[in-house]
Design a protein around this ligand. Sequence first.
Ligand code: UTP
Length: 480
Amino acid sequence: MTSLSANALVESFTKAGQGQVFRFADTLGEDGLSSLLAAAAEIDLDELASLCESLLPQKSVTQGGPSINLDGLQPAPYIPLPEEGGDAALWDKARKAGEDALRAGRVAAFVVAGGQGTRLGYEGPKGCYPATPVRQASLFQVFAEKIRAASARYGKSIPWLIMTSSLNDAATRKFFEDNSFFGLPREDVIFFMQGRMPAVDARGKILLDAPDSIAMSPNGHGGSLRAVVTSGAAQKLRTRGVDMISYWQVDNPLVQIIDPAFIGFHVLNASEMSSKMIPKAYPLEKVGHFCLLDGKNTVVEYSDLPNVMQEQLDEQGQIRFRAGSVAIHIFDLAFVERLGGTGSGRLPFHLAHKKIAYVDEAGTLVKPERPNGFKFEMFVFDALPFAERPVIIEGKREDEFSPIKNAEGVDSPASCRRDQIRQWVRWAKAAGIVLPVNEDGITSFDWEVSPLFADSEAAFVQKWNSLEPKPQIAEGTLLV
Ligand code: UTP
């Protein structure tokens, strides 16, 4: 950066009432100053000013009250699974349409992996976390093998977008290099970083976390739609003939990354954004809810839906707002380009009230004990109301969703390990294998099925039937 543009940048911050960002500029060496200027150049001061203006005084955000008007709220309609009363012929038709789209190379995979993973407390990118029972294969390896299996089945390579953030980009890329891209063609893996937003205090002043460093953090998983476009990844997909993106979160190894029926429903409905719902396990389960608000599909977070509504039952005695969102979507590429570009319909930002370490006027680092500032984040499901012809289909929890969020307890490595084994036990049973299982449906020993051996019950049965001699399943068995 030339000193002229540096001066202009400092001046624009001063004019915007954010001159404190350069408070220590005179004391910094060349490197410190240039990294401070580079971070400052990422900030859209007009956008920040209007966010502070519209969001900061909204006390309901910090007090946990509902931030949206829920008048007329209804459950969103969804397509039930055949075993839950859905139309089996329609699911078959969708599956075939999805398989055609895959054979035509129209689908890319997309994992968002830019989060901080603070609850898990794992050093390093969450995708590197060892998730499987026998091999301790990382989440990234599980996904890579699912993509390899699907590519082989449909005879087309499936490009894989991986969104990182400045916190983990270098470590993520190195992990793939060190592991030879888990057998994927290197040109099929497209990394890009999501954007960042500065943290501010209650008056909207940008905080520094060191004299030469602005307190910046990733702009939320909703930042993925912008980043797909601004990184050039969307353009790369276009040139490969891709027109839809299968989206999931890095913490869920059970996810069916490439689900032909889901893709088919998206195609048959010419949907701009399709979603999978999982029926809530119990009324107050902490997931978002697919709802219909003002005629638009919308996800309402559990914190915004009063408990009485979460506990309502419908005429069949089922939870009325049962459609839980598990962050599994298919996006039409043109829709992403429309939302992620500079056009209208950009995603809103939400405020998160957090403890943010900052340097005070004397240059001393303060680590607050209570939330002292705000971060701005976008949520991917906020794209839903903008989508034309959105589709929601039902998924089976046991085949779709077991995230690793917490170090212990619910949604932890231990619960996920059990859910993986439980799924393989079900597949084995379908193949006629008799395994000793306890009342939870799990074996007392660890074993594992790689997605390269089978990535679904049908694939497992077919593969198992073709094996001669059949292997013994026991402690440490790895089917690969
Ligand atoms: P979470 O909401 O679970 O957040 O992200 P997290 O940062 O991973 O974990 P905690 O809350 O600090 O414990 C859900 C998904 O969205 C991605 C995460 O990587 C994960 O796949 N994500 C989240 C991003 O890619 N970028 C973000 O800015 C936030």
